[in-house]
Design a protein around this ligand. Sequence first.
Ligand code: NAD
Ligand code: ZN
Ligand code: ZN
Length: 343
Amino acid sequence: MRAVQYTEIGAPPVVVDVPTPEPGPGEVLLRVTAAGVCHSDITVMDWSASEYPYPLPLTLGHEGAGVVAAVGPGVEWVTEGESCVVYGPWGCGTCRKCTVGKENYCLRADRLGIRPPGLGAPGALAEYLLVDDPRHLVPIGDLDPVRAVPLTDAGLTPYHAIARSASKLVPGSTAVVIGAGGLGHLGIQILRATTSARVVALDVSEEKMALAREVGAHVVFPSDQRAPEAVRELTGGGADVVLDFVGLPATAAIAAACAGVESDVVLVGVEGGSVEVGFGTLPFETTVTAPYWGSRGELLEVLDLARSGQVEAEVERYGLEEAPAVYERLRARRIRGRGVIVP
Ligand code: NAD
Ligand code: ZN
Ligand code: ZN
């Protein structure tokens, strides 16, 4: 089968032929119908040899959708031909976190060498994907897999980040979204669908600012050093929740400067940004956190938002052979919404 692989530290990904996997005991083989391209893959491919933790070559793609092509011995309740998305943050399934569906926070995955597809295990940017356990599949019925697949990460991650701050997103509150890219454009829609907060979006690109408006941001500002002052003026003192979907040092600084008293600053992007915490550094009782992905239950909820038409991923569709060029386009911040590969 064809697969998009990262083969050498610092080199661009390549499309290669690899053996089609066969499902072993307890495993499920999906014929991939859609796979999303996330900015985290670029971060992974930018790591130096000493930082890079995964095996090489690595088949990329941690947002996957597919139809069940074959099941291994012992797998009974999965039906061949069923259309599914993959819950990506694989854990052990039995620790205290996994037991309540939070496999993203598995306490044993590292020790046991369990890695998400595309982030250690072979990923979804291929014609077929091996899923380690049927509990990592969520049937999607007649939802379009191309529109649904970004929800497994670009939707689930903001959904979790927003849900944990729900008590602060009351009528009259303000949420700031920094970066209206893959995650941010869905974050804006999730805020609109699940909270009554006023949504302020910041981005550096005119196209992304226009997209933010289209998907429901009430107010849009350019993301520069004047943005915090504009947010503070609009809110009379600072936002209640600030979600940084970029994660650069510059955006983390903007996030901190937009925060009001008793606010949450949520660092979702992973590009080296951080916020100093200590008495006098931030408005009183500001919470700073860096969440990772989301729970299986939250994935079901975000899929339901799509089913009811309250959230819809903007997608650019490409073939498998175009994947290396899609990564370049993503690096140049030119993808509108999510780039999705249809093998
Ligand atoms: P993306 O490239 O699709 O979107 C980034 C957006 O940020 C673009 O719209 C771009 O124009 C905008 N941007 C760039 N510089 C900016 C600035 N200075 N101010 C405001 N906006 C700016 O990326 P993505 O796939 O949405 O991923 C976003 C980040 O989230 C990445 O760092 C990714 O690695 C991270 N991520 C984290 C998790 C997690 O669990 N914590 C999960 C998925 C992705
Ligand atoms: Zn991702
Ligand atoms: Zn676990």
